[in-house]
Design a protein around this ligand. Structure first.
Ligand SMILES: Nc1ncnc2c1ncn2[C@@H]1O[C@H](COP(=O)(O)OP(=O)(O)OP(=O)(O)O)[C@@H](O)[C@H]1O
Ligand SMILES: [Mg+2]
Length: 230
C-alpha cells in the first residue's frame, strides 16, 4: 500500500506508575495508518487498546517512542496547538457517549464549535445539519437522559464529527447497544467514512463491525500481534 501515512507510530511505549509499582501497558508498538483507512482494533480486556487510542488522539503522552501525524511529531505540539489538534483534527466517540447531561442534543453537538471560536448562529446551523444527517432532526432539544442508547451514540458521533476532523477514534462505540442498534451505528460510521473520506480507528469486540472495516489490528499484552486486511 503506497498511500501516504496519516499516522505513524514507532516503538511506542506507555507505562503507568502506581503505588504498587510501574505497569508497562504498551511496549514496542509500531503501526502505520493511511489516510482514509478504516482500522478495527481488537484484543482482550486490559490489552492496552484504550491506552493506545488516548495516545493517538493526543489525550495522553507515551513514555517511549513516537507518534507522527502527517509526518509531524504529535507530542512536539504544546498548549494551544495540542488543544487545536484534539478539538479539530481528531473526533472521539466513547462506549459511554460522555454527553453533557444538562445540555440538549443540539447544544452538545455545538459545543466543540463554540470552544473553537465559531459564531453561535453558525454553530446552530452546522449542528442542526449534522444531527439531521444522523437522523435526529426531531430530537434537537432532547437532553441525553431523554434519548435512547442508540440515539445518544448518534449524538456522540455528530459531536465527534462537527469540526470535520480527519481522524475519528471510537472506543467500543457499540459496546452497550443491542445487536440491531449496533448494526445501525456501524452503518452510520461507514456512511460517515464514505461521505467524508475519514480515517477511522475503532476499538471493538463486535466481529461484524470489525469485519466491515478495511483492516484489523490485534493487540495483546501491549503489543501488536496481528495486522490483517479484511
Ligand atoms: N491511568 C492508569 N493507571 C494505571 N494503570 C492503568 C491506567 N490506565 C490503564 N491502566 C492499565 O493498563 C492496562 C490496559 O488498559 P486499557 O484500558 O488500555 O485496556 P483495554 O484494552 O482498553 O481493555 P478493555 O477491553 O477492558 O477496555 C490495564 O491493565 C489497566 O489497568
Ligand atoms: Mg478499553
Amino acid at each position: 500500500m503506497n498511500k501516504p501515512a496519516l499516522i505513524e507510530v514507532s516503538s511506542l511505549g506507555k507505562s503507568f506508575t502506581t503505588p504498587g509499582g510501574v505497569i508497562e501497558v504498551l511496549h514496542g508498538v509500531n503501526l502505520k495508518i493511511c489516510a482514509g483507512e478504516r482500522v478495527a482494533v481488537v484484543g482482550t480486556s486490559g490489552a492496552g487498546k484504550t491506552t493506545l487510542m488516548h495516545i493517538l488522539g493526543g489525550l495522553d503522552h507515551p513514555t517511549a517512542g513516537e507518534v507522527l501525524f502527517e509526518g509531524n511529531s504529535l507530542f512536539a505540539l504544546k498548549g494551544a496547538d495540542l488543544d487545536a489538534f484534539r478539538n479539530r483534527t481528531v473526533g472521539f466517540v466513547f462506549q459511554f457517549h460522555q454527553l453533557l447531561p444538562e445540555f440538549t442534543a443540539l447544544e452538545n453537538v455545538m459545543m466543540p464549535l463554540l470552544i473553537g471560536g465559531v459564531m453561535r448562529s453558525t454553530a446552530v446551523q452546522k449542528a442542526t445539519e449534522i444531527l439531521t444527517e444522523v437522523g435526529l432532526q426531531k430530537r434537537l432539544t432532547h437532553k441525553p437522559g431523554a434519548l435512547s442508547g442508540g440515539e445518544q451514540q448518534r449524538v456522540a458521533i455528530a459531536r465527534a464529527l462537527i469540526c470535520e476532523p480527519r481522524l475519528l477514534l471510537a472506543d467500543e462505540p457499540t459496546g452497550n447497544l443491542d445487536s440491531r442498534i449496533s448494526d445501525e451505528i456501524m452503518q452510520l460510521l461507514n456512511m460517515m467514512h464514505q461521505t467524508r473520506g475519514l480515517t477511522m480507528v475503532i476499538v471493538t469486540h463486535n466481529v461484524l463491525l470489525a469485519n466491515s472495516l478495511d483492516r484489523t489490528l490485534r493487540i495483546e499484552d501491549g503489543v501488536v500481534v496481528g495486522d490483517e486486511l479484511n
